[in-house]
Design a protein. Structure first.
Length: 95
């Protein structure tokens, strides 16, 4: 058991090994942690403009590209003013 069962049908944030950040509803996964997320969007960070959200819909992320998976508090997330948040884009995860 991977511990992800409790995340099913909840909003998750996934950071990939290449430094991308995906937000969506976890719908399923397999033994190699390939992930299916629905209502997915990628958040692209910038130091000069707000966080851009790219809508992807239903999305699959390969397990070997996943660095971190965490739950999102929808109440807190909905209050974020993404247009006014600045941040350095994430770099690749080296391991």
């Amino acid at each position: 058991m991977s511990g992800l069962e409790s995340y099913i049908n909840h909003t998750v944030s996934i950071i990939t090994a290449d430094g991308r950040n995906f937000i969506g509803t976890l719908k399923g996964f397999d033994q190699t942690i390939n992930i299916i997320i629905d209502e997915c969007h990628e958040r692209v960070f910038s130091t000069t403009s707000g966080i851009e959200q790219i809508v992807l819909g239903l999305h699959i992320i390969r397990g070997d590209n996943i660095a971190v998976i965490g739950l999102i508090d929808d109440t807190v997330d909905s209050r974020l003013d993404l247009a006014n948040i600045r941040g350095e884009p994430l770099g690749p995860v080296v391991h």
